[in-house]
Ligand binder design. Structure first.
Ligand code: AMP
Length: 183
């Protein structure tokens, strides 16, 4: 099974992706986590990544592609992509990349939560996790990118009949069961 999970920041994508990966034996590929790990490694590339992360802006296309390609090189029985694609260019690239390998995405899960809920959850997470991009400026930048660049690609998955819209407001277990039932 090859799945994409999308949703605004704070929608619980990472949490649900981990649960789904465990249940279905999928590789969980979080580009955000992979980029944070590279930033923390202290490498020269990591230093540049770290500076971009703080701003909440998207990483350059080439950086995402290199992280993604090495993660997709070994996926066994399938994968769940968390945090990619973020815009049309990445969506088109992913399509092309998978097609080259005779693969395609089966389902796209959209975790739907209102903007106010997203802001509330991110403020709470900022207190607990101290992520460098959970500052008010970076949060507003990331939500703007989501609305302007990520939301438009959702329509294309809807027209392909692959989109599952899931209410992301209940508790973790309820959301998880809803996803499993609809998959
Ligand atoms: P996330 O953990 O998914 O919220 O991602 C954290 C940050 O990593 C984002 O604000 C971006 O700077 C970067 N990032 C993660 N995935 C991507 C992607 N697919 N394209 C560009 N930037 C990304």
């Amino acid at each position: 099974m090859k799945i994409i999970i999308l949703g605004p920041q704070g929608s619980g994508k990472g949490t649900q992706a981990k649960l789904l990966a465990e249940k279905f034996g999928l590789k969980h590929i979080s580009t955000g986590e992979l980029l944070r790990a590279e930033a923390e490694s202290g490498s020269e590339k990591g230093k540049i990544i770290s500076e971009i992360l703080k701003t909440g802006q998207l990483m350059p296309f080439e950086t995402v592609v290199s992280v993604l390609e090495s993660a997709l090189a070994s996926t066994g029985s399938g994968f769940i992509l968390d945090g990619t694609p973020r815009d049309l260019k990445q969506a088109e690239y992913l399509d092309w990349f998978l097609k080259e390998k005779n693969l395609s995405i089966d389902k796209v899960i959209l975790l739907d939560i209102p903007k106010e809920e997203s802001l509330k959850r991110l403020a709470k997470r900022a207190e607990i996790e101290h992520r460098t991009d959970d500052t008010p400026e970076a949060i507003s930048e990331r939500l703007e990118i989501y609305e302007n660049s990520t939301l438009p690609i959702i329509e294309s998955y809807r027209s392909q009949g692959k989109l599952l819209v899931i209410d992301g407001t209940p508790d973790i277990q309820t959301i998880f069961l809803d996803i499993v039932n609809k998959l």
